[in-house]
Design a protein around this ligand. Structure first.
Ligand code: B12
Ligand code: SF4
Ligand code: SF4
Length: 358
């Protein structure tokens, strides 16, 4: 069996839903990526601007010896919540991916198992590096080149069978492997390679984005994205954006929820991801009562831990202001004299919203 085919098979056995191989080359979109940074569309994600040259030239990995990327997709099963629950402004919404244990941890363990098995199979010395989200790699583009999906106008990688609710990771290595997407034109049969899909004339994600963050098809201004504002942003949430956040308290799924490619999707294996029902749409009043210890307990192993109690409480206060219900007054008032300036400012804003709405 051809080595690329064997590696794909091993990856699927480890539990990934999608596995493909890309030959590394310069990014087709390197000018767009550089302009994205030049125009400051990455906002305060200063880490993004570091290693930009390597990001758009993945062959520069492994001290210039990188040849291929074995790229994987791991689905997070879409748990559909009712419209009623989603629109209940007394509850906070957490993006679907964060209703599971932190994927970085789960996938890293799977990737280590994967590389161990590849090592046994090839029986030769090889160099590799595992990346899941955090490395200077254009993960969606590399995965697109490998053929596991296509980039949609919402900038997200979509697999025609699985939709877009999946994480991406890759093993950048110095093995000279067959690019799996080439099988489409080569007459080989290989499992898990996406049919080619496109957005066609659809623009639903752009029309439904609450903050107009999708400034053009395939282009996102991170500074406007709810996901950035509630997760990456460590400062105040700009006042103009607060009403647009509605009840999102961690990330945002709207440009995926409205996407037709996510309407009839297969569930994925999800064997290693544990869903947490209590994180689907928790009550804002309960969240306002969370102490730092309570926060750590509620979000144990969850990606939400990354924004710490302070980040979550800032977001919860915005959602509470948007809810505008007097029931929240006593809880909000408790934060007016908090020793942290961000919390004080957001509590005052929420208080004003509640007063204006009643
Ligand atoms: C920075 C970042 C963010 C930022 C910026 C997002 C963005 N779109 O750039 C913020 C914080 C906003 C964010 C949000 C989210 N993120 Co994020 N994020 C990343 C990260 C670390 C880098 C992305 C990046 O390089 N952005 C810079 C821009 C310029 O690059 P790009 O968006 O990939 O754009 C490519 C295409 O648009 C293309 N392109 C440019 N012009 C054109 C023109 C045409 C015609 C075409 C076809 C293509 C094209 O070129 C670019 C380079 O390849 C990646 C992990 C990684 N290392 O890749 C995860 C990642 C992209 N995020 C992910 C997720 C899950 C999310 C959220 C869904 C989380 C949530 N629910 O809140 C949202 C989705 C928001 C959105 N619509 O993108 C997943 C996506 C999985 C998938 N199936 O695609 C990734 C891959 C993490 C992972 N390992 O799983 N994220
Ligand atoms: S995640 Fe939300 S705010 Fe960000 S681009 Fe998608 S719809 Fe817009
Ligand atoms: S909503 Fe429509 S335009 Fe946006 S990514 Fe999905 S198919 Fe493409």
């Amino acid at each position: 069996m051809e080595l690329s085919e064997k590696i794909k098979e091993i990856g699927m056995d480890v539990g990934f839903d999608l596995v493909g191989i890309a030959k590394l080359d310069q990014s087709k979109y390197k000018e767009q990526v550089k302009n994205w940074v030049k125009d400051n569309k990455h906002g305060e994600m200063h880490w993004y601007a570091k290693n930009l040259d390597r990001r758009v030239n993945p062959k520069k990995n492994l001290y210039g010896k990188a040849i291929s990327a074995i790229t994987v997709g791991l689905s997070y099963r879409p748990i559909e919540i009712s419209e009623e629950l989603r629109n209940d402004s007394s509850r906070g919404l957490i993006a679907r991916y964060a209703q599971y244990d932190d994927y970085h941890d789960v996938m890293f363990v799977m990737m280590e198992e994967f590389t161990d098995l590849i090592k046994k199979e090839i029986n030769q010395i090889w160099n590799y590096h595992i990346y899941i989200d955090t490395g200077p790699v254009l993960e969606r583009e590399v995965a697109e080149v490998a053929g596991i999906g296509f980039i949609g106008k919402n900038t997200i990688l979509i697999n025609p069978d699985m939709g877009s609710y999946f994480f991406i990771g890759e093993i950048i290595c110095d093995l000279d492997l067959f690019q799996t997407s080439d099988v489409r034109n080569s007459g080989h049969r290989m499992s898990g390679i996406a049919k080619v899909g496109t957005c066609g004339l659809c623009t639903r994600c752009i029309q439904n984005c609450p903050t107009a963050a999708l400034i053009k098809p395939y282009q996102l201004d991170a500074r406007r994205c709810v996901s950035y504002l509630t997760i990456e942003n460590k400062k105040d949430i700009p006042i103009d954006f607060r009403p647009m956040l509605k009840n999102w308290i961690y990330g945002c799924d709207i440009c995926q929820q409205v996407c037709p490619w996510n309407k009839r999707i297969s569930a994925g294996k999800l064997s290693k991801l544990k869903h947490r029902n209590d994180l689907v749409a928790p009550k804002l009043l309960g969240l306002l009562d969370l102490t730092e210890d309570g926060f750590k307990k509620m979000f144990v192993n969850s990606p939400v831990l990354r924004i710490k109690w302070l980040g979550l409480m800032r977001n919860v206060l915005v959602a509470t202001g948007n809810w505008g219900n007097q029931e929240a007054l006593p809880a909000v008032k408790r934060y007016i004299k908090h020793n942290n300036e961000i919390i004080r400012e957001h509590a005052n804003w929420a208080l004003k919203q509640i007063k204006n709405k009643n």
